[in-house]
Design a protein around this ligand. Structure first.
Ligand SMILES: Nc1ncnc2c1ncn2[C@@H]1O[C@H](COP(=O)(O)OP(=O)(O)OP(=O)(O)O)[C@@H](O)[C@H]1O
Length: 254
C-alpha cells in the first residue's frame, strides 16, 4: 500500500442471494483527494461505501482503510480506526428527539468522552464550520430546511476531526443553489482540513465542481477511474449517455 493511499479495495465481491453486486472490484483512494463514485441505479455505490466503513461484510476480497482491515480488527482497535472517518448518510440520519447541537455533540460525548458542556461548545464550532447560523443548534432537526439538515449532518460527521469523509448523495433533494453551496463547502473543507472525500453522487454538477477523480461502477466493478474528462471518454454506453448526454454536456460547460 502506497503512503498516499488511504483506502485500498482489492478483489471485492458482494452478493445478496443470487444477485451479484460486486465481483473482483478494485479501487484505490488517495490521501487528500475528492473522489466521486458514480454508476447506474443499483450498481452498488452505497454497498461499496458501507463495505469500506465496515457495515457490510463482503463475500470475498480485501478492504484496507489506513492500511488496516476493519473487519479483521478486534472491536477496540476497530473503533480507533472508525474515529478517523466521518460519514454523512443519504438520509442525514439525525435523531429527531435531540436538538441539532445535541446531535453533533453525541459523538463527542460517546467517543471522545467529553463532558456535555465541552461537547456542546465544540458542537457549536462544528456547526459554524458546516456553515450553519448560531441559533440552528437550539432547533430540532424538523425545524431545519433540507439544506440545513445536510449541513447539520455534515457537522456531526466532522465532530471527531475525521481524516476521511464519506458522503452518500449529499446534494440529493437540495435545490440547485443549496446544492452548489454545499459543493463549494466540501471543497473548502477539504482544502482547509486536508480531508479525503469519498463521494457517492448522481449529481453531475457536483462531480464537475468538486471531484479530482471519478470512478464509474459498472458490470460489478470499477469500469473506469481518473480525472472526469478522461473518464467521460470511456467507450461504454452508460458512460457516454451519462457524461455526454444533455445534462452531462451542460454540467461540463459550467
Ligand atoms: N442489505 C441488503 N440486502 C439485500 N440486497 C441489498 C442490500 N443492500 C443492497 N442490496 C442490493 O444491492 C444493489 C446495490 O445497492 P446500492 O444501494 O449499493 O445501489 P446504488 O448504486 O447505491 O443505487 P442508487 O443509485 O439507486 O442509490 C441493489 O440492487 C440493492 O437492492
Amino acid at each position: 500500500m502506497n503512503d498516499d493511499t488511504v483506502i485500498e479495495v482489492r478483489g471485492l465481491t458482494n452478493r445478496f442471494g443470487a444477485q451479484v453486486v460486486h465481483e473482483g472490484l478494485d479501487l484505490d483512494v488517495r490521501r487528500g483527494e475528492i473522489i466521486g463514485i458514480v454508476g447506474g441505479s443499483g450498481t452498488g455505490k452505497s454497498v461499496l461505501l458501507r463495505t469500506i466503513i465496515g457495515l457490510n461484510r463482503p463475500q470475498a476480497g480485501e478492504v484496507r482503510v489506513f492500511g488496516q482491515d476493519l473487519l479483521a480488527l478486534p472491536d477496540e482497535k476497530r473503533s480507533l480506526v472508525e474515529r478517523r472517518f466521518g460519514v454523512l448518510f443519504q438520509s442525514g440520519a439525525l435523531f429527531s428527539s435531540l436538538t441539532v447541537a445535541e446531535n453533533v455533540a453525541l459523538p463527542l460525548v460517546e467517543h471522545a468522552k467529553l463532558d456535555r458542556v465541552d461537547a456542546t461548545r465544540l458542537a457549536g464550532v462544528k456547526l459554524a464550520l458546516a456553515g450553519l447560523p448560531v441559533d440552528a443548534g437550539r432547533k430540532s432537526p424538523a425545524q431545519l430546511s433540507g439544506g440545513m439538515v445536510k449541513r447539520a449532518a455534515l457537522a456531526r460527521a466532522l465532530a471527531l476531526d475525521p481524516e476521511i469523509l464519506f458522503l452518500d448523495e449529499p446534494t440529493a433533494g437540495l435545490d440547485p443553489i443549496s446544492a452548489a453551496a454545499f459543493d463549494s463547502l466540501i471543497v473548502t473543507l477539504r482544502d482547509a482540513l486536508g480531508l479525503t472525500v469519498f463521494l457517492v453522487t448522481h449529481d453531475l454538477d457536483t462531480l464537475y465542481s468538486t471531484c479530482d477523480r471519478v470512478a464509474v461502477l459498472s458490470q460489478h466493478r470499477v469500469l473506469a477511474v481518473g480525472p472526469i474528462d478522461e473518464v467521460a471518454r470511456t467507450d461504454d454506453a452508460w458512460v457516454q449517455a451519462y457524461f455526454n448526454g444533455p445534462r452531462g454536456r451542460a454540467a461540463a460547460k459550467e
